[in-house]
Write a protein that binds this ligand. Structure first.
Ligand code: MLT
Ligand code: MN
Ligand code: ZN
Length: 303
């Protein structure tokens, strides 16, 4: 199995167009300790790169495809090695790239029914015409065979409804759901297992059961501390309020996953405020000392 990190940043990318938080400020200044990153997306192949499955389609998808020769059209007048697209949820950073996959190119689109309902309610997504792009509701906890010999099992991930779907005031205690609206994924090929949770709001017993023994874990690294955004005065929302689990702290992913045996552990969906983006910085050294890798655009994982 091959996994390509197309985009390692969270929604907004890094640097974010309107942000001068301490980490974005380094990026705007061209500081070599920080590398820009595009928004959240992975590509997976079970047949050594002949066909690819996209996990999430970010607003940066076109740029990501241009930067990734494995995803270029390779034969005939119209072709794409992208055979399948899978969505973890209905967030902007995971769905807006669908609009860049128009032009009458057939592929299969897999998502939770709740996410397909969001797409169906937004006519703009009809650019992916019925009869060309098959929309397939994903069953929970049942393997689905994808192109190139990849087997995928979707499972409920603790998460939240997309921010733009929240109407009125939301009770912070009620934002996290684990009902299959947000999905995590197990991908299997050639006897290897990758677990991908780009959005995960908590390390629950069900999450631990999926993750245990994986050859690679690709996990939500949105913020370092839960109060990162409010403390910087950027947003009133904590990571938990946005449906994400912070890295640090007693309930963070670093502690929650510390005793779990996995081959490699990699943070993705990294928000531009997250100091782990600064190579050599104390937070980056802390996660690396705990065995975590920090994903960057173009990173390739071969299992
Ligand atoms: C998130 O992951 O919380 C969302 O992508 C935020 C957003 O809508 O940009
Ligand atoms: Mn996001
Ligand atoms: Zn920023």
């Amino acid at each position: 199995m091959r996994i390509l990190v197309l985009g390692a940043a969270a929604g907004g990318g890094f640097p974010q167009w309107n942000c001068r938080c301490p980490v974005c400020a380094l990026a705007w200044a061209g500081d070599p300790r920080v590398r820009p990153r595009t928004q959240s997306s992975l590509a997976l192949s079970g047949d050594d790169g002949r066909s690819w499955v996209l996990l999430n389609t970010s607003p940066d998808l076109r740029t990501q495809i241009l930067a990734t020769p494995a995803l270029h059209p390779a034969e005939g007048a119209r072709h794409s090695p992208i055979a399948e697209v899978v969505l973890a949820n209905g967030d902007v950073d995971h769905t807006a790239g669908l609009l860049s996959l128009r032009e009458r190119q057939p592929f299969r689109l897999h998502a939770a029914q709740a996410t397909l309902d969001i797409l169906a309610a937004n006519r703009i997504f009809d650019v992916l015409a019925e009869g060309i792009v098959a929309r397939q509701p994903l069953p929970l906890d049942r393997p689905v065979d994808l192109a190139g010999g990849l087997r995928m099992t979707a499972f409920p991930a603790p998460g939240k409804v997309p921010l733009y779907m929240e109407s009125g005031m939301v009770d912070p205690a009620e934002t996290v759901v684990e009902d299959g609206r947000v999905l995590g994924f197990v991908f299997e090929a050639g006897g290897r297992r990758a677990v991908c949770l780009p959005n995960c709001a908590a390390v629950t017993p069900a999450v631990l059961a999926r993750v245990r023994g994986a050859d690679v874990l690709v996990f939500d690294g949105t913020t370092f501390t839960d109060d990162e955004m409010p403390r910087l005065g950027l947003s009133p929302k904590t990571a938990a309020r946005m449906g994400h689990l912070a890295i640090d702290g007693p309930r963070g992913s670093l502690a929650g996953l510390a005793d779990i045996r996995v081959g490699r552990r990699i943070y993705v969906h990294i928000n531009n405020t997250n100091p782990i983006l600064i190579e050599g910085g104390p937070e980056r050294r802390l996660v690396e000392a705990a065995g975590w890798e920090v994903a960057h655009d173009g990173m390739e994982i071969v299992l």
